[in-house]
Design a protein around this ligand. Sequence first.
Ligand SMILES: Nc1ncnc2c1ncn2[C@@H]1O[C@H](COP(=O)(O)OP(=O)(O)OP(=O)(O)O)[C@@H](O)[C@H]1O
Length: 586
Amino acid sequence: ELGNGGHHQDLPALLSFKSYNPNAAALETWAGPDPCSGTWFGVRCYRGRVAGVFLDSASLGGAVAPLLGLGQLRALAVRNNSLTGALPPLDNSTASPWLRHLLVSHNQLSGGLNISLGALLTLRAEHNGFQGGLEALRVPMLRSFNVSGNRLAGEISGDLARFPSSAFGGNLALCGHPLPKCVHAYSALGSDTDSPSSNATSNGIIAAQSPSSSASVGVPSSNGGFSKASLTALMATGIGNAVLVTVSLSISVAMFVYVRRKLRSAAKDASDAALCFEDEEKRARGDQKSAALVCFEGGEELRLESLLKASAEVLGKGVSGSTYKAVLEDGILVAVKRLSALQFPAGRSKAFDRHMRLVGRLRHRHVVSLRGYCNSNGERLLVYDFLPNGSLQSLLQATGRGARSLDWAARKSVLFGAAQGLNYIHTFPARPALVHANVKPSNILLDERGGACVSECGLMRYATNIQQSIPPHSQAARCPPDLFLDRAAATTPAPLVAAAASGGWHGYAAPELASGAGARATQESDVYSFGMVLLEVVTGHKAADGGEETGDETMGLVRIGMLCTAEAPEERPTMVQVLAMMSEFM
Ligand SMILES: Nc1ncnc2c1ncn2[C@@H]1O[C@H](COP(=O)(O)OP(=O)(O)OP(=O)(O)O)[C@@H](O)[C@H]1O
């Protein structure tokens, strides 16, 4: 952490920011040689480097640029201050490549938004004075976004168009979906592009105007009065306007009533959902220490209080607990798993903590990142990245109902991604080696690009009541290879359908796990479960789904599936071998 001059590497950037605010109370503690000593207000470190700066509503002024020079920064929250100046162009060479959350709303920042950051998940820049267009925003992973209330202009295009209109409102002249469509200056204004009232941008695009704003209301006659024709036109326009006003008033009233109702019911939903966290809230108030949230890389911005206040929506319930989609105060989306007290009773807490700290270190594009967890008084919350595209299970079910969402190429890509994720888990340097212990379609999630990510590594090894109840199903669930290869009978074999439909873990569990309460999941049993998933995905595909598979590919993948699901654990390949075999068909 020490730079060339022997001082902490992040010190110059922090002190440079402080120099704009020499008397700020919030920065009083910013003194001494080590910003990671734990005494610097609002500064969070990870492995000895500054990873987060949290200075919302701290009455600060000056430029924010020095903070964006922090080389390992992951989260910056400086909302509701009086910061001025521009954001420097941000890309992997000028800013931290780890920057995931940038929250600068409600300041007086100006200049353009020029950001190319592959890891950025949150960009909140509303209520500033940012200018120019959005074309220099290249932020493919963005999940939470708002640039409303600025001076931005031009067309909203590409990936950003997926955000709601509220993310763009109140700007000088933004247009295009989700806002009203853009009108090109030449077609809208004819030759009169110099009109001072137009919202034209330099590239000739203007935000669409309401029809009334451009309507002509009467033409003075040459003698200075109004001609009969123009008077008639004027009256007609007046009556028209009155009708228009009445109609729009009624629409507004109706909208007001509707929106108010919606807001009330949303508030009710939110408060219902907030009940999920009521116990933690009580605990947080009573005993902060016992309810501490342990944060991992990329989760530095998480706060228990903000989790407690989050509005949440149930994503689903499994044997191990319930999972919620939670929207934190600053718009950050996370998935929170609340473990069932029945399956995860108090006790073995230390082992659980050790495991979670290990899982919190897993970082791979095919593994869902655990950003933090809370383990207090028998209550366990796990905070994961929220993946927006559902799970393999939901995709398989949708396909079963006739949807064609999972073609052959997508099936292969999901399987290959999941295999890479599982292989990463199995080969992660840990002693004892990591085991997933619950490989099944609902734990294979899909990211914003449809890539597969394995979730919930190792949890089930800490569940107490699950393994005892595994029925000796496995013999029945296995099928001879010929059945799989029979393209004429290209429907999914019944036992697999049953296993998948149950949605539970048992359908994918290895036979040796049914042998008694002492049976422990192993890497071999993971391979078995992966094989079951693979067979389900491959054999569930129908040629009519529009794929371009060859018989060789199908047969090859089914063979891999059969190898994985060998009865004897020692006969199954390792995930490294599975990957090597699969890569032939990818
Ligand atoms: N990080 C996440 N992002 C988005 N959706 C998720 C996330 N984690 C879980 N889900 C979804 O939430 C739902 C419930 O998941 P959960 O893990 O609680 O149950 P399960 O996987 O069905 O069973 P089990 O308890 O055995 O894991 C599933 O549909 C799952 O796909």
